[in-house]
Structure formats: structure tokens, C-alpha cells
Design a protein around this ligand. Structure first.
Ligand SMILES: Cc1cc2nc3c(=O)[nH]c(=O)nc-3n(C[C@H](O)[C@H](O)[C@H](O)COP(=O)(O)OP(=O)(O)OC[C@H]3O[C@@H](n4cnc5c(N)ncnc54)[C@H](O)[C@@H]3O)c2cc1C
Ligand code: FES
Length: 506
């Protein structure tokens, strides 16, 4: 198979089980809790609330487990790159220990659930390695091994790995895991679907939440619930101030058929460029997954090159026979590097959120679901303060906060003074999108493979930045907070909840 220059699809979606369909919400319903968003956070939260005896309404804008969760690399590990030395420095030893413990507990909870319910999801134990290749980064690995050990994690400093290329130093975590995320989650969904206490609605986008009377509004109806969880990946409610403190980063993955077996273990480089490696069993064969090429959403340049570079890396180190799956997705980071899990605003007892897993949401999202469950059911949870979205840790976050918001401001202003949009829409080639002109008006124009032109407003319906064309995914991506739209303007990913306005061609 040739070099992927556009996404051919996620291995988890293309090889997963046939998915149950759920109806759109039409009319009004009631539940003890409403959970908005059906990824790993929303599904796990709904399950935990149901198992505690509460009634739940789970709302999903598209289909369950097809958002970021359906486009992950599905390592189930408390090793999150080399995070523990950073956590120790920014937040102190106790915080690093708490972070490690909640992620290890989440890993074990998933392992027990898989075993208890006999979920066939390719779950298997693996060692996880975070490595550096440059001698100048050696001390980083040493610090990390020490910080992770101090946090009570099964961490070892090693000089070799099963990878076919040399490294300078690595931190190995024992007893970690990997799985097929959709086989796992859709098994949990099967349980919820059989349960009268859980109402599930797909193709149902929440467009507003009224905190005062605890109502979720969707185009087809409303959910009245005692309390509400916003598990929409990027919180779409601006009163969370997420737009100032949560930043999405896109990255890419390919899955290849290779001669011989992939290396035993899961791997991630801690120096640049980031490369993530694991094996993926498909129909009895072990394929090789390679990931990386992260960049801020909407600013990736020629995104087709990203797939090419991953394939070049794979070919440099393995005998690649074909590239069978390729996809990209984005995950959010917070300004201080820790997820936000808890009350949406300091005064919103009724609305909670979870976001900011920085590409570690398998354990992070599962841990978040446990914390959300405890907060909703008014149970003690020792990690609540650490993940509180309304924490104020100026020392850890001030620099990032200023940097990110200056960048958003510059994009907002820059969009209005650059010369983009000088060529006419008729110049677009088949498959091309760009900011172009129709008469005197600047539009986001697209010509499909059959030559048909279409145009939408280039102004993101979230907070008004100008969208950019993503060549590999054929989407309009907003550089400010990561909303994404189809060529025709439909919302692919929030925080935007409204489509780009259609523009006439003449
Ligand atoms: C390339 C990549 C690789 C990764 N690899 C790993 C890994 O190896 N290990 C790991 O631990 N983590 C990994 N992650 C991170 C992990 O995949 C994510 O953190 C996690 O899946 C996020 O889950 P979620 O439930 O928050 O979001 P999602 O899965 O996106 O779920 C949110 C859902 O909310 C829905 N929604 C959005 N807005 C609305 C609305 N207004 N109304 C109703 N529904 C709405 C969406 O359609 C979506 O289905 C990776 C991430 C990326 C991008
Ligand atoms: S995503 Fe916020 S302005 Fe576009």
C-alpha cells in the first residue's frame, strides 16, 4: 500500500465490533444525572453512576466511542512520557504520588473489569518505556526514574529496550497494559444498553446547559437532571473559561504490516521528534503502530507530510510491507499540565467537567470518571483538590497561560490583517480547500474530487477566529481552541456547537 497522504481510518474503528445504534433525543426526559459526551470519560462515568443505583441520561453528538477515544493509541499506563519529574518540580512530591496512584488504580480497575466481565478486547500486560536518544537528555531520564520511583511506581532506569534502534537511556514501567479501546468500551455500552436506568441518545448535540434549573438543551429536546457532567472532550460551555486554559494538540498514527514481529512493549520518546510505538493484534497478526508529529490544531502546515514522516520513520527501522491504517486526532492540555476534573465554575455545584488528559486519557479518563462519580455521589476522594478545575496554581501555570493567550490573540488579529483570501474560488483544484474570494467576500472555499465548489464562512462559530484548511483530513480547523468543521461547515469537533454559515457561490 502506498504512502498515506490522507487518513484511511482508525484501526480501532475499522476493526472494532459492530456498534449498536441509539436514537436521537426527541422531546424531554428526566434522570438523576445527565452525562454529555460518549467517550471513555462519559461512558465510564455513566457506568459508575448506574452501578451506584442512579438513573442516567447519556448524550452523544455523534456515535459513542468514535471521538478522540476512537482515535487514540490505547496504551493503558501510568507512564505518561516523563511527567513525574515535572510534577514533582511543579506541584511537589505528594502531588506526583497522587497522580501516579490514581492512574495506577485506573489501570487496575480496567484490568479487573476486563477479567470480571470476560471482555474480549485484546487487553494484555506490557512494559512501557519512555526513552531519550541524546546524551544531553540522559539526566532527564535519571530524574524521571527517581521521581517515578519516589511516587511509588514500578519504574526502572534502563540503557536498552527491545526497539531495533539504540537509545541513550529509558525509564521502564512494569505491568502496564494495552488494549483495543472500542472492543472494551462497546462492551461496557452493551451493559448500559440493557439497563432501563440508563437512557442513551446519539446524534444529540447539547447546545446549552442551564445551571440554575439543571437542564441540558439539545436541538430535539431537553434533559432535566439533578446534576450534569460535561465530558465533551473540550468543554463547550465558555463559562468554564476553558478557552483561556485548555489547548488542543493534534497528532498522527499509522499502523503497518511488517516482516517479523513488532518489539515487545510500548514505547514513547521523550525528546524530539516524539515517536510512539506499540504492537496491535489484528486477525491473529501483530501489526506495528507508530505515532507522533504533534502540533497545535489548525497550525499544522501541510498535514499530509506528517503521515509521510511517520512512514519514513517506520521504514527506517522496520521492513514495512504495507501501511494499512492511518488517522489523526487531538487531545487537550491544561496550562499547568494536570487534567481539570470537577466543578465547571467555582460556584457551579450542579455542572461538572473533565478535560486536559494531554494524550493520556485511557487511565486519566477512567480516573476522572471515578472522581466525577465520587463528587456527584458526595463521596470523599483524596485527589479532588489536585484535579479541581478551579485550582489556582499561579507558579505552575502563569507562563503557559500568558503564552497561549497571547498566541490566540495574535491569531485573532493576524487573521484580519493578512492577505489570505486574495485568489478567486474558481482557482481551487479538485480536493483543495483554502481561504478564497467569491466576488468581494472572503470565504472558506472547497472543490470536491468531482469538481463541485462550495463555500462557507471562514469565521469559527465559537469565538470568531478564522479557520484553516487541513489538507490530510479535509476539514476546516480553528487554530484558537481546536474546533473542526467538515468542508460543508458541519461541526466535527467542539468547542463550537454551531455550523459554519453557508455562503452563496455568486
Ligand atoms: C493521537 C492520540 C493518541 C493517544 N494515545 C493515547 C494512549 O496511548 N494512551 C492514553 O491513555 N491516551 C491516549 N490519548 C488520549 C486519549 O485518547 C484521550 O485523552 C481520551 O480518549 C479523551 O476521552 P474523552 O472521553 O475526554 O473524549 P472523546 O472520546 O472525544 O469523547 C467526547 C465525546 O463528546 C462528544 N461531544 C462533543 N461535544 C458534544 C456536545 N456538545 N454534545 C454532545 N456530545 C458532544 C464527542 O462527539 C465525543 O464522542 C491519545 C490521544 C491522541 C489524540
Ligand atoms: S475554537 Fe474558539 S474561536 Fe474557534
Amino acid at each position: 500500500m502506498s504512502t498515506p497522504v490522507a487518513a484511511s481510518g482508525s484501526v480501532w474503528i475499522q476493526t472494532g465490533p459492530i456498534q449498536r445504534q441509539f436514537p436521537r433525543l426527541e422531546g424531554d426526559v428526566r434522570a438523576d444525572f445527565a452525562v454529555i459526551g460518549g467517550g471513555i470519560v462519559g461512558i465510564t462515568t455513566a457506568l459508575l453512576l448506574r452501578e451506584a443505583g442512579a438513573s442516567v441520561a447519556l448524550l452523544e453528538a455523534g456515535q459513542l466511542a468514535r471521538g478522540v477515544t476512537g482515535h487514540t493509541t490505547a496504551k493503558v499506563s501510568s507512564q505518561h512520557g516523563m511527567i513525574y519529574s515535572q510534577l514533582r518540580k511543579r506541584f511537589g512530591r505528594d502531588a506526583a504520588r497522587t497522580y501516579g496512584q490514581v492512574n495506577e488504580s485506573a489501570l487496575e480497575w480496567i484490568a479487573e473489569r476486563v477479567q470480571r466481565d470476560a471482555i474480549d478486547c485484546d487487553f494484555r500486560r506490557q512494559s512501557s518505556y519512555a526513552y531519550v536518544t541524546s546524551p544531553s537528555q540522559r539526566s532527564q531520564a535519571e530524574d524521571e526514574a527517581q521521581a517515578a520511583g519516589e511516587a511509588g511506581l514500578p519504574a526502572w532506569l534502563v540503557q536498552t529496550t527491545p526497539l531495533p534502534y539504540g537509545i541513550e537511556s529509558a525509564v521502564r514501567f512494569d505491568d502496564q497494559a494495552e488494549f483495543h479501546v472500542r472492543k472494551y468500551l462497546l462492551a461496557l455500552v452493551d451493559g448500559l444498553a440493557e439497563d432501563d436506568g440508563c437512557q442513551i441518545f446519539e446524534h444529540t448535540r447539547a447546545v446549552q446547559v442551564d445551571s440554575a434549573d439543571s437542564v441540558v438543551r439539545t436541538p430535539g429536546g431537553r434533559v432535566r437532571a439533578g446534576r450534569i457532567v460535561v465530558a465533551t472532550h473540550y468543554p463547550f460551555l465558555d463559562r468554564s473559561l476553558a478557552f483561556a486554559r485548555v489547548h488542543p494538540q493534534r497528532s498522527y498514527a499509522i499502523v503497518c504490516r511488517i516482516a517479523g514481529a513488532p518489539p515487545e512493549g510500548m514505547f514513547i520518546s521523550a525528546d524530539s521528534p516524539t515517536r510512539s510505538v506499540r504492537a496491535v493484534p489484528v486477525d491473529g497478526e501483530e501489526l506495528l503502530l507508530v505515532g507522533g508529529e504533534g502540533h497545535k490544531t489548525g497550525t499544522g502546515g501541510d498535514t499530509q507530510q506528517r503521515y509521510r514522516r511517520l512512514e519514513e520513520f517506520a521504514r527506517e527501522h522496520w521492513d514495512v510491507r504495507s501501511v494499512d491504517y492511518s488517522w489523526s486526532a487531538q487531545d487537550n492540555s491544561t496550562v499547568d499540565g494536570l487534567p481539570y476534573v470537577g466543578k465547571l465554575t467555582p460556584r457551579s455545584d450542579r455542572v461538572l467537567m473533565a478535560t486536559g488528559f494531554a494524550k493520556w486519557g485511557m487511565t486519566g479518563g477512567t480516573a476522572a470518571a471515578h472522581l466525577l462519580g465520587d463528587l456527584l455521589l458526595e463521596r470523599e476522594n483524596a485527589s479532588a483538590a489536585l484535579f479541581d478545575p478551579n485550582r489556582l496554581n499561579l507558579r505552575a501555570s502563569a507562563g503557559e497561560l500568558v503564552k497561549e493567550n497571547v498566541q490566540v490573540g495574535l491569531r485573532f488579529v493576524g487573521d484580519r490583517v493578512t492577505k489570505r483570501g486574495s485568489r478567486p474560488i474558481e482557482d481551487l483544484r479538485p480536493g483543495e480547500g483554502d481561504i478564497v474570494r467569491v466576488g468581494g467576500e472572503i470565504v472558506a472555499g472547497y472543490r470536491d474530487d468531482l469538481g463541485e465548489l462550495s463555500a462557507v464562512s471562514p469565521t469559527c462559530t465559537h469565538l470568531g477566529c478564522r479557520v484553516n484548511w487541513n489538507t490530510a483530513e479535509r476539514s476546516w480547523d480553528c487554530p484558537c481552541h481546536g474546533s473542526r468543521f467538515s468542508p460543508a461547515g458541519d461541526v466535527l469537533q467542539g468547542p463550537a456547537v454551531h455550523r459554519l454559515e453557508r455562503k452563496p457561490l455568486a
